[in-house]
Design a binder for this molecule. Sequence first.
Ligand SMILES: Nc1ncnc2c1ncn2[C@@H]1O[C@H](COP(=O)(O)OP(=O)(O)O)[C@@H](O)[C@H]1O
Ligand SMILES: [Mg+2]
Length: 320
Amino acid sequence: MIAVPETFVRSTVEREGERGAEWIAQLPDTVDELLDRWDCVPDGAVTHGGVGLIVPVLRRAAEATAVLKVSFPHPGNVHEPDAFAAWGGRGAVQLYERDDDRFAMLLERAGTRTLAEVEAGDEDVIVGVAARLSRRLAVPAPTGQTRLPQLRERTGAWEEELRTDASEVEHELPQRVLDAALATLRELGPDQPDVLVHGDLHARNILVADREPWLAVDPKGCVGDPAYDGGTLLKSRALALLEAPDLGRAVRRALDVFAEAAELDRERVSRWAQFHAVQAAFHGRRHGFRMARGGARLDWIIRFADELACLLTQPPQYRR
Ligand SMILES: Nc1ncnc2c1ncn2[C@@H]1O[C@H](COP(=O)(O)OP(=O)(O)O)[C@@H](O)[C@H]1O
Ligand SMILES: [Mg+2]
């Protein structure tokens, strides 16, 4: 029976309370049952992300490596196997088996190192790799029974949320910054292509591999504008960009590199990134961030999100 890492037990129980504790208590049995059903044996150290337990395994029949991922049952994880299935291994790890009731999948095993670790310090490479992968992942959305969440259907709720935040939460964002984010939702929101979007593209969800140099893991699986994922990626690079001597220049550079390598319209990427920054500025004020729930560090990150939102709004040197 596998041992669930203590860090995973703690974070799950802290986040999910009683339900989390119950789920964790069942987890070793769940893993055993799935290993049995899929004819696998554990093969290496168990690890985890924010919500998923990852058990490296050997598939006895195929004599090949794989990983078993079991996630806490959360609406955000429902469509992960659908996205993997639609990609069929293109730019992402392959899906071998799925058990949707248990939020479990048997996946192709990639390397243990992430893009964030391997290329740490080289922003151009990190952003370029992620962008090329985003291009590869931008396939037509699957049709048929699986209806993935549509980004275009969320924009109304995002707009409402932003308006509520702006009136209820004490903040220092200038009106023109809020207006730009609202304009993005109104202008880019309703008319989005039927393209599969990863939904949580960041450098820790991109793993070094052999079959392709890099493979994506951990997709949310949504349908919409691939430039939206450009915004997700740039937001995830924000703290790394902070190291740059000239923040404005570093952000412009990241946008250039991403838009070119992903073959996307730079303006769209920039506008979604601006929206993500505004959304993060309010999220931080309401809930804090995983890396800082309060205190001076949280204040500092919020100020930085504000700065980024302003920077991404600034014409004319920014919007070209
Ligand atoms: N297919 C895989 N092959 C190898 N390692 C993996 C694989 N999937 C996940 N991992 C490892 O587990 C970590 C967490 O996985 P992830 O799917 O991102 O979980 P979460 O949904 O909890 O973020 C990854 O950063 C990676 O180190
Ligand atoms: Mg992850």
